[in-house]
Design a protein around this ligand. Structure first.
Ligand SMILES: O=C(O)CCC(=O)C(=O)O
Length: 378
C-alpha cells in the first residue's frame, strides 16, 4: 500500500491550533492526506457528503485541498475518497439526500397483507406442480412415526381405511340402536338452521336439548334436510348417559393419546342433507365415519385469502352454491372433493378448510386428542 502523507497546514483555517480538527483523508489506492480544518468548515461537510452518497447517484466532483500554506493544492475526485478519520471526533448531520436509502421517508413500508398473499399464492403454485396434487391417499394405517413424517408435519390429509376395523361401533351403531339403548338420554342438537345462513356462528341460538329417541325419529322421518343436526359443539359425550357409547370404540394408540377424554371426542349424527359449513379447525383432527357417507370438500390453507373468512374459523362461501358474482375470486379456487364411507378415517390437518355434507343418515366421531403437538395458538 502506498501511504503518501502530505503535510498540510490549513490555509483555510485561520483560528488557533486548539480549535482545529485534524482530518485524515483516506483515498483509493492507499493514499492518505492529513489536513486541519475548523469543525464547521463547509469543506468538511462536503467531504462527508462525498463519503455517504452512493457512487451511482453522485456526480464525481474534484476536490481541491490547499496545502503548503496555500502555495500548493491536492486534487482528487470525490469518488476516490474511501474514509475520513478526525481527531477529535466531530458530530455529523448527514444531508437528507445522502441518508441510506432505507431510512428515506418517501418509501412506504411493505403491506404485510400483500406480502402474505404473495407468499400463499406462491406456495399454492408450488404445491400444484405435484402430479399428485388434489389426490387424497386412501391407505391402510402406517406406524405413528411414519404418519408423523408423511402426513402430520407435512400438513397433508389422508384417509385410513382400516383403523376402525376392530370397533364394535361399526356393527352396532345405527339410528335404531341409538334409540333403543340411549333413547331416554337428553342430548343437545341444533335446530331451525335453515332460518339463518350463519347457523354455525350463531350455534348457541340453535342449540336445544331433546330426548335422543325423539331426535332419532326426526332424523329417520324427516328426509333430507339441513334444518337439524347433532353437529359441532354438542358436548354430548360430557353427558353421562352416553358414556356407554365410548365402550364401542377403540383409540388408535399410535396416533391418539390413550385417554378417552370426553372433551376431545365429538359425536355427529343427522339426516342426509346436513351440512357443516366451510371452516377450518385450529388443530389437527380425525373424522371417523361410522355409518352412512359424507361428501367432504377440502381447500388447502394456501387459499385462505380467497375465502372471505369471518370469525377466525368460518367462511361465508357456500361451496355447494358458490356465488360468483359476490365472490369473483371463487373461480380461482382449487377444491378437492372426496367421499368418506363407513370405516374411513379422514385425517384433517390444521388449517385446512372443509365443508361437509351428509349424503344420507350419518354417524361420525371426531377426535382432537392427537398424540403429537396439537396446540397452535392464535
Ligand atoms: O362431519 C361433519 O359434519 C363436520 C366435521 C367437521 O367439520 C370436523 O370434524 O371439523
Amino acid at each position: 500500500m502506498i501511504a503518501e502523507k502530505i503535510k498540510v497546514d490549513s490555509a483555510i483555517a485561520t483560528a488557533d491550533d486548539s480549535q482545529l480538527v485534524q482530518v485524515m483523508l483516506m483515498l483509493d489506492g492507499g493514499h492518505q492526506c492529513e489536513i486541519a480544518l475548523m469543525p464547521d468548515a463547509p469543506l468538511l461537510g462536503e467531504l462527508f457528503q462525498a463519503l455517504t452518497t452512493e457512487p451511482e447517484k453522485s456526480e464525481s466532483k474534484l476536490f481541491q485541498i490547499p496545502i503548503e500554506e496555500g502555495n500548493g493544492a491536492l486534487y482528487f475526485p470525490s469518488t476516490s475518497l474511501v474514509a475520513i478519520a478526525t481527531d477529535p471526533a466531530v458530530s455529523l448531520t448527514i444531508p437528507e439526500e445522502s441518508k441510506p436509502i432505507e431510512t428515506r421517508e418517501e418509501i412506504e413500508p411493505d403491506d404485510p397483507v400483500q406480502q402474505l398473499e404473495w407468499q400463499l399464492n406462491t406456495y399454492h403454485k408450488l404445491e400444484k406442480l405435484s402430479p399428485n396434487y388434489g389426490k387424497i391417499e386412501r391407505i391402510p394405517h402406517v406406524s405413528g412415526p411414519e404418519f408423523l413424517e408423511r402426513f402430520y408435519i407435512r400438513n397433508k390429509p389422508v384417509i385410513f381405511t382400516d383403523l376402525m376395523d376392530n370397533w364394535k361401533a361399526r356393527s352396532l351403531w345405527n339410528p335404531q340402536y341409538f334409540k333403543e339403548k340411549y333413547g331416554h338420554v337428553t342430548v343437545g342438537a341444533q335446530f331451525n338452521r335453515e332460518s339463518n345462513q350463519q347457523y354455525e356462528w350463531y350455534r348457541n341460538k340453535h342449540q336445544q336439548m331433546v330426548l335422543f329417541g325423539e331426535f332419532v325419529d326426526k332424523v329417520l322421518q324427516g328426509g333430507d334436510t339441513n334444518d337439524y343436526y347433532m353437529g359441532a359443539y354438542n358436548a354430548n359425550f360430557s353427558r353421562e348417559g352416553l358414556h356407554g357409547l365410548l365402550d364401542d370404540i377403540e383409540l388408535f394408540p399410535e396416533y391418539l393419546t390413550d385417554s378417552k377424554d370426553v372433551n376431545k371426542i365429538a359425536l355427529w349424527f343427522g339426516p342426509g342433507g346436513a351440512i357443516t359449513p366451510l371452516h377450518f379447525d385450529p388443530l389437527n383432527t380425525f373424522l371417523c365415519q361410522v355409518y352412512g357417507r359424507k361428501r367432504v370438500r377440502l381447500i388447502p390453507p394456501s387459499q385462505k385469502h380467497l375465502l372471505g373468512a369471518y370469525g377466525r374459523f368460518f367462511s361465508n362461501i357456500d361451496l355447494e352454491n358458490p356465488n360468483f358474482e359476490r365472490y369473483p375470486q371463487l373461480k380461482d379456487l382449487d377444491i378437492m372433493e372426496l367421499i368418506i364411507e363407513p370405516g374411513d378415517v379422514l385425517f384433517l390437518p390444521v388449517g385446512w378448510w372443509h365443508q361437509v355434507r351428509s349424503l344420507e343418515v350419518s354417524i361420525s366421531l371426531s377426535f382432537l386428542n392427537l398424540a403429537f403437538e396439537n396446540t397452535f395458538d392464535f
